[in-house]
Design a protein around this ligand. Structure first.
Ligand SMILES: *[C@@H]1O[C@H](CO)[C@@H](O)[C@H](O)[C@H]1NC(C)=O
Ligand SMILES: *[C@@H]1O[C@H](CO)[C@@H](O)[C@H](O)[C@H]1NC(C)=O
Ligand SMILES: *[C@@H]1O[C@H](CO)[C@@H](O)[C@H](O)[C@H]1NC(C)=O
Ligand SMILES: *[C@@H]1O[C@H](CO)[C@@H](O)[C@H](O)[C@H]1NC(C)=O
Ligand SMILES: *[C@@H]1O[C@H](CO)[C@@H](O)[C@H](O)[C@H]1NC(C)=O
Ligand SMILES: *[C@@H]1O[C@H](CO)[C@@H](O)[C@H](O)[C@H]1NC(C)=O
Length: 324
């Protein structure tokens, strides 16, 4: 292990229905830019119920095995298929008391701590930017409030203070929606995916600004979310009263779950011009708050035609932080 001044992006790249892959459907352990030298690291997190966010956790559920993070030459990607209950990670049976948003927050906190101490990838990072998408932004936002000293900046993609329209996904048991991919004897019925391509589309996509291939790939690799996570995630958002780093929010103009399809639909007497701008009310002492709203883009920002431009904009924010 060596300490270095390398930087790290904690990519909480999480979308309820936009995971990349599964063990049953061609899990791809190699993710990351093609010019980055990434290796997959497995980790096991010891998390005990004396952590304040835990309640009623049974004694067998205190250790979670994550499938791993992709540790690259100068950053780490931690993505949705590494989360508890998805991809190759454990799929706990208790999807109410165990697999819920506060459990994911405890895991993210522990992971961040391990990264700061060089316990993953053998490299210590002294500058960390938390980057989330959707539920990942919910997690990163909560981290910036609960452990503000551990993050230098946050980039919240697919986010606002105005979520979520969950019923329109018609979330249904993954084993019924995708019987070929999810094994009924192995996965409780409380692991859910969106019911149909139509309900997936309504929530995550803005027609026709994406390719059929992107949509089909997503549908084929959609990962389940537990009822516990789905219905507790709204409770994580909190006022980051002592987070002093810069905050950048990137939300598609036509995001359904966070803007109800129109991010500019603010009350006539609002002091803000868009819904994502309200996020600044959670950051009273941020050094710089900014918003970017890509046009013709739904919630699945990363899968629309606008994605390459959006990434350039996001990378400019990241470069600015690392350059500071
Ligand atoms: C990639 O990283 C591994 C482990 O740090 C190192 O052994 C290897 O030489 C690197 N490969 C390249 C092409 O940089
Ligand atoms: C999971 O929980 C259900 C309902 O409580 C129970 O019937 C089932 O046996 C449990 N499965 C495992 C593998 O523990
Ligand atoms: C389904 O899951 C159970 C429990 O994990 C396992 O024993 C069984 O082999 C699996 N069946 C298939 C067809 O994958
Ligand atoms: C805007 O108008 C609504 C309804 O008329 C009112 O309840 C609210 O307090 C107003 N907000 C501001 C910031 O003036
Ligand atoms: C967050 O805290 C600040 C400072 O205490 C306060 O002014 C602001 O109203 C709070 N925001 C929300 C959304 O509660
Ligand atoms: C504040 O953020 C905006 C948008 O990311 C950026 O253009 C600007 O340079 C930042 N200001 C400072 C002082 O860093």
């Amino acid at each position: 292990m060596h300490s270095s001044s390398r930087f790290l992006c904690l990519l909480g790249l999480v979308s309820v229905a936009l995971a990349q892959s599964t063990n049953q459907a061609g899990y791809n352990p190699r993710i990351g830019p093609s010019n980055a030298n990434c290796t997959r690291q497995n980790y096991q997190l010891e998390i005990t119920s004396n952590n304040m966010v835990f309640q009623n956790v049974d004694s067998n559920a205190n250790t979670f095995i994550g499938s791993g993070a992709n540790v690259c030459n100068n950053f780490v990607m931690y993505v949705y298929n590494d989360h508890l209950s998805t991809g190759l990670s454990e799929h706990p049976n208790d999807t109410y008391n165990v697999v819920q948003a506060s459990t994911d927050l405890a895991i993210a906190t522990k992971l961040l701590d391990m990264l700061k101490h060089g316990e993953i990838g053998g490299q210590q990072f002294d500058k960390v930017i938390g980057i989330g998408h959707s539920y990942g932004s919910v997690q990163i936002q909560a981290l910036s409030a609960t452990v503000p000293q551990m993050l230098d900046a946050v980039l919240l993609q697919g986010f606002s203070m105005n979520g979520h329209l969950l019923t329109s996904g018609a979330y249904s048991p993954a084993t019924e929606v995708f019987p070929d991919r999810f094994n009924q004897s192995g996965l409780p019925s409380t692991y859910l995916t969106t019911l149909a391509p139509q309900t997936q589309q309504l929530n995550f996509w803005f027609f026709p600004y994406y390719s059929d291939a992107a949509f089909d790939h997503n549908r084929k690799t959609e990962q389940p979310v537990t009822q516990g996570v789905l219905f507790t995630q709204g409770g994580l958002m909190q006022n980051a009263t002592s987070f002093t780093g810069p905050v950048h929010v990137v939300t598609g103009a036509n995001d359904w779950p966070f803007c109800f399809n129109d991010c500019y639909a603010v009350p006539a007497n609002s002091t803000y011009t868009s819904i994502p701008e309200y996020v600044q009310e959670l950051y009273p002492v941020t050094s710089n708050f900014s918003v970017y709203i890509p046009e013709n883009t739904g919630h699945a920002v990363n899968a629309h035609y606008s994605a390459p431009d959006v990434y350039q904009e996001m990378l400019a924010f990241v470069s600015n932080v690392f350059g500071a």
